[in-house]
Design a protein. Structure first.
Length: 349
């Protein structure tokens, strides 16, 4: 069995010390108030995560759009106007109580939202306006005390569609060449860097594949990372659109992409997410990446990292059954193993 020495070693990003190499990947908690503000149950959730000795805690995706009807769901958090800052500060403060880094994930639902739309139908000015919403959201995250943001360019949401070669049919400056496909995220990164300063962390979450057939397309990923890195991104977390369809026994879903990126960018901070839930897959990830990101393992056991560190377990109890996606509808439960937060039961029952 491999050692976890690297996993529990510190790392510095933009002058901020990170206590270990674990990232809690963004997980939409479905606990927000209907008006898009942070609920008490959410603060409780981040308190529970904070106890778990996680280096970096990324929030669930928050909608950058000022109009709540374009969120991903009716309880998704909004970071789309200044009235949200006060309650968001409670999440950042809670995460900092435990000396973890607080990162706000900023996102625009687009094709998967409550009111889905196709970005190909938008004018150039409307695309630029969406970019501005991301920038304003990052400024709010900073005001709320977050150490940085993660721009959501993965899974099924707007920006991942924009950078997907097969989904982007635009003929203006936001479509066509690889440079044009990544233009909107690049503009967002450059503007956030200029508005939020040099000590503000900017991460991106990218799909390993940016075509629909997902074959032989790593050259696109390399170009995207190269452009975003030059624009001011500090860390890329590599995911994929098919994580919820993987076999239960599959592991390290996107390790190939990390290997390709590591060879091309030896010093650029990288994290891998998807199918990592035991000591062996964590060690394997850290042979190539700087960080390991966990989603479902921390959903079922928010103290999993502590348990690893103290040798209580070497394997998460997560079955990768994906029932968590359905169970969210039953309010307080989060996992087939039952409610992970007693307080949530109190809140919702
Ligand atoms: C219930 C649930 C909600 C999620 N919400 C988000 C989200 O808000 N933003 C995001 O980037 N990924 C989200 N994800 C994906 C996770 O961050 C992660 O990429 C995925 O679960 C694969 O990692 P894992 O195998 O460690 O679970 C979500 C996953 C689950 C299970």
């Amino acid at each position: 069995m491999k050692s976890l020495e690297k996993a529990f070693s510190p790392f510095s990003l933009r002058g901020k010390e990170i206590k270990n190499r674990f990232i809690r990947s963004a997980v939409n908690d479905h606990l927000g108030n209907p008006d898009g503000t942070v609920s008490d149950a959410e603060i409780e959730l981040y308190d529970t995560l904070g106890h778990g000795d996680i280096g970096v805690i990324i929030t669930g995706h928050m909608s950058v759009c000022p109009d709540l009807q374009y969120r991903a769901d009716i309880v998704q958090l909004s970071i789309g106007d200044d009235s949200k800052i006060e309650r968001l500060k409670k999440i950042a403060d809670k995460i900092h109580e435990y000396s973890s880094l607080a990162i706000a994930q900023i996102s625009m639902a687009g094709p998967k939202g409550l009111n889905p739309f196709d970005f190909n139908d938008l004018s150039t000015e409307e695309m630029t306006e969406i970019g501005n919403w991301f920038v304003e959201a990052a400024v709010r995250a900073r005001k709320a005390g977050f150490d940085g943001v993660q721009i959501h360019i993965a899974h099924w949401y707007l920006l991942q569609a924009v950078v997907n070669v097969d989904l982007n049919h635009r003929t203006d400056k936001y479509g066509g060449s690889i440079e044009n496909l990544i233009r909107l995220p690049r503009e967002i990164v450059e503007a956030i860097r200029s508005r939020c300063g040099n000590d503000f962390i900017i991460m991106v979450k990218l799909n390993a594949h940016n075509t629909l057939n997902a074959v032989d397309d790593y050259d696109i990923l390399i170009q995207y990372v190269d452009i975003l890195k030059k624009a001011g991104v500090d860390l890329a977390e590599i995911s994929g659109a098919d994580f919820a369809r993987k076999d239960r026994n599959a592991k390290l879903y996107y390790l190939d992409a990390i290997e390709v990126l590591r060879n091309r960018f030896p010093d650029f901070p990288l994290s891998l997410v998807g199918g990592i839930s035991d000591k062996e897959s964590i060690s394997k990830t850290l042979e190539k990446a700087d960080f390991v990101s966990l989603g479902r393992a921390l959903l079922t056991q928010p103290d999993f990292i502590d348990m690893l560190k103290t040798g209580v377990t070497e394997k998460s109890r997560c079955l990768h059954c994906n029932k968590c996606f359905e169970i969210f509808a039953t309010k307080y439960k989060r996992c087939v193993f039952g409610p992970v937060l007693p307080k949530l039961e109190e809140t919702f029952s």
